[in-house]
Write a protein that binds this ligand. Structure first.
Ligand SMILES: [Zn+2]
Length: 244
């Protein structure tokens, strides 16, 4: 818990109390001002910029008790570690926008649907949905854990910077073809997404400035960092699970 004071200080700057285990907030400068991204747990994070608060994938067991409502909630997929309608309600207020794929909107009825490849503007953000799916890691039945077209990764463009939350995916051709990503949040866990080595290979292909593992429970994320040694990509290992 040696990083506790630092984490708490970051939480105070971010404007609300976070669980003590939360990783420190990451702040990025853009032409429209600072963007602060704070891991909450696993795939759940909060983004603050320009007075707006955006939650990504608020879902249990991320502890959102006491957190203020969001201005926007983004949801990537239907699985329980990404979508929880009770948590979405708890983080909603009058005027909260919700953006999600159609499969999610069946459960989270207030969501505005964004499909793979589509973009929309919300305040100063341009939000683009990127396909997220399995290409090699399948269920015993042979079906993918994530079928192409159901879920969305998101590119969030703000002030000239592009922030990419990949969702539950492998290194798809669509991911590998991405351009000008400044900060990429990349999943790595089996059997649902990909190994740290596969993730590093995909990240090398589109070469973001900064790569941050998330959604990595049970994996050795130092393998991801080590595989990108010498690539020129800055890897930031954050504790999304309160394990350190
Ligand atoms: Zn997941």
């Amino acid at each position: 818990m040696t990083n506790l004071p630092c984490a708490l200080a970051a939480a105070v700057v971010a404007g609300f109390a976070l669980p003590a285990a939360a990783a420190p907030a990451q702040t990025f400068q853009t032409d429209a001002g600072a963007v602060t991204i704070t891991p909450i747990y696993h795939a759940t994070a909060v983004i603050q910029a320009g007075g707006d608060r955006i939650y990504i994938d608020p879902a249990k067991p991320a502890k959102i008790d006491g957190m203020p409502p969001g201005d926007l909630i983004l949801i990537t997929d239907v699985h329980g570690d990404h979508m929880d309608s009770a948590d979405v309600s708890a983080l909603s207020k009058s005027g909260t926008a919700i953006i999600a794929p159609a499969a999610v909107q069946k459960t989270v009825a207030g969501a505005r649907v964004l499909g793979n490849g589509q973009s929309t503007m919300w305040h100063k953000w341009k939000i683009t949905a990127v396909p997220m799916y399995n290409i090699t890691h399948m269920q015993p039945s042979g079906a993918p854990y994530h079928e192409k077209g159901r879920g969305n990764g998101y590119i969030l463009a703000y002030g000239g910077k592009n922030f990419y939350f990949a969702g539950d995916t492998e290194g798809t051709p669509e991911m590998r073809a991405l351009k000008k990503i400044d900060v990429a949040f990349i999943p790595m866990n089996l059997p649902y997404t990909m190994t740290p080595g596969e993730a590093a290979d995909a990240v090398r292909a589109f070469h973001p400035d900064v790569a941050i593992p998330y959604h990595y429970k049970g994996q050795d994320i130092t393998k991801f960092r080590d595989a990108l040694n010498g690539s020129g990509i800055e890897v930031r290992l954050l504790d999304w699970y309160g394990e350190n």
